[in-house]
Design a protein around this ligand. Structure first.
Ligand code: HMG
Ligand code: MG
Length: 298
C-alpha cells in the first residue's frame, strides 16, 4: 500500500552543489538554505566535512553551518566521512550527520579511498563520538543499482552493508542509486532483498535521474512502503566520483507527483519554486525539473 505521507530530505545544498563547477560562496548557500527552510521541508542536508582537496565545493561548510539560524522545525545535517569531519562538524554546531559507504568495492576506493570493510572500521570512531554528543547518524549506501566502475551490484551486497550500518547505530539508511542506472524492475529486485532484513520505515530512496528513471523508480519504492525520499531542488548536482552521474531527482518533480497522488509532504510548491529560481539564477541556467519549468512558465 502507498504511504499517506512522505518525508523529503532536501539534499541540493550538499549533493547538488558538491558537483557544480561554480563554487558558491557561503552567503549564497545560506540564502538557498534559508529559502528552502521556508518551504515546509523538515530535513535539509546543508554541507559536508570532507577533504577540500577532494571536494572543494564543500570547503565552506563550517561557515555555512555557523551562520544558519537554529530552528526547531528544520533539521540540518552534514556528511562526515571520518572522525576529523565529525569533529569539525561539531565545532560548527552540526546536530545530525551522515556517514557514506558503498555496496561497490571499486566505488568505495574512488570515493573515500578505502575498502568497504575499512570504511566500516573508520565509521566506528564516528559513531562513538556522535553518540557522546547526542548526534544522530544517518547512513548512505552508494551504487545500490549499479556502479560506474564495477557495473552490476547484487542486492545482497546492498543489504549486507545497509545492515552493518544499521547495526553500528545509523537510524536510517539511504539507498543511493548514484548513477541513476536503476529501472522499476531493478528497484523491485533491490527492495525485495533489502526489506527481508530492514523495515521500510528505516529506509530512504536516494535516486539520481541520469537516465530519467528516478520518478518511476520512486513510485515503485513507494509501493514497497518507502516513505522517505531524498531529492535536490532544481535537480542540482551529481557525484564528483561517479563520472556522468547527473543530479538527484528534482524536489519540484517529487512534490508535484506526491501532490497529484494525494500523498502529503508538507512542502509548499510556490515557496519551493522561489528557492529553485534563486539557485538557477545564481548558476545561470534553468532548473533541471520539468515541473519547475512548466510551473514557472505559467
Ligand atoms: P584520504 O586521503 O584517504 O584520507 O581521504 P587521509 O586521512 O589520508 O587525509 C588526506 C588529506 O585530507 C589530509 O590532508 C587530511 O588532513 C585531509 P593533507 O595532509 O593532504 O593536506 N582530510 C580532511 N580534511 C577535511 N575534512 C576531513 C578530512 N579528512 C582528511 N574530514 C577522505 C579520505 C574520506 C577524507 C577523502 O576520500 C574525502 O574527503 N572524500 C570525499 C568524498 C566525497 O565527499 N564524495 C561525495 C559525497 S558521497 C556521494 O555523493 C554519494 C551520496 O550522495 C549517495 C549516492 O548518491 O550514492 C551520499
Ligand atoms: Mg547522491
Amino acid at each position: 500500500m502507498l504511504p499517506s505521507k512522505v518525508s523529503i530530505v532536501e539534499v541540493g545544498p550538499r549533493d547538488g552543489l558538491q558537483n557544480e563547477t561554480l563554487n558558491l560562496s557561503a552567503a549564497q548557500k545560506i540564502e538557498l538554505i534559508n529559502l528552502l527552510s521556508k518551504t515546509g521541508l523538515k530535513r535539509i542536508e546543508a554541507g559536508s566535512f570532507v577533504s577540500p582537496k577532494w571536494v572543494p565545493q564543500m570547503a565552506n561548510s563550517d561557515e555555512v553551518f555557523q551562520a544558519l539560524p537554529s530552528r526547531t522545525d528544520v533539521q540540518y545535517s552534514a556528511l562526515t566521512p571520518n572522525i576529523r569531519g565529525l569533529e569539525t562538524a561539531i565545532d560548527a554546531g552540526v546536530k545530525e550527520v551522515a556517514v557514506f559507504g558503498s555496496a561497490s568495492e571499486a566505488f568505495s576506493q574512488k570515493n573515500i579511498n578505502c575498502s568497504i570493510s575499512e570504511s566500516l572500521k573508520r565509521f566506528e570512531d564516528v559513531f562513538q563520538l556522535a553518540d557522546k554528543n547526542n548526534i544522530k547518524v544517518r547512513g548512505y549506501v552508494s551504487c545500490v543499482m549499479g556502479c560506474p566502475y564495477q557495473g552490476d551490484i547484487s542486492p545482497k551486497a546492498v543489504t549486507q552493508v545497509s545492515k552493518a550500518l544499521l547495526d553500528m547505530g545509523c537510524y536510517e539508511i539511504s539507498l543511493g542509486d548514484t548513477i541513476g542506472a536503476g529501472t522499476p524492475r531493478a528497484t523491485s529486485l533491490l527492495l525485495e532483498d533489502v526489506l527481508k532484513d530492514i523495515p521500510a520505515q528505516k529506509l530512504a530512496a536516494h535516486f539520481h535521474d541520469t537516465y530519467g528513471q528516478a520518478l518511476v523508480n520512486l513510485y515503485k519504492a513507494l509501493e514497497y512502503g518507502i516513505a522517505t525520499i531524498d531529492s535536490a531542488v532544481a535537480g542540482l548536482g551529481g557525484c564528483p566520483y561517479a563520472k556522468g552521474a547527473s543530479g538527484n531527482v528534482a524536489t519540484e518533480d517529487v512534490v508535484y507527483m506526491l501532490n497529484g497522488m494525494k500523498i502529503s509532504s508538507g512542502v509548499n510548491m510556490d515557496r519551493l519554486l522561489t528557492a529553485s529560481s534563486y539557485i538557477s539564477e545564481v548558476l545561470g541556467r534553468p532548473p533541471v525539473s520539468k515541473a519547475a519549468n512548466a510551473l514557472l512558465a505559467k
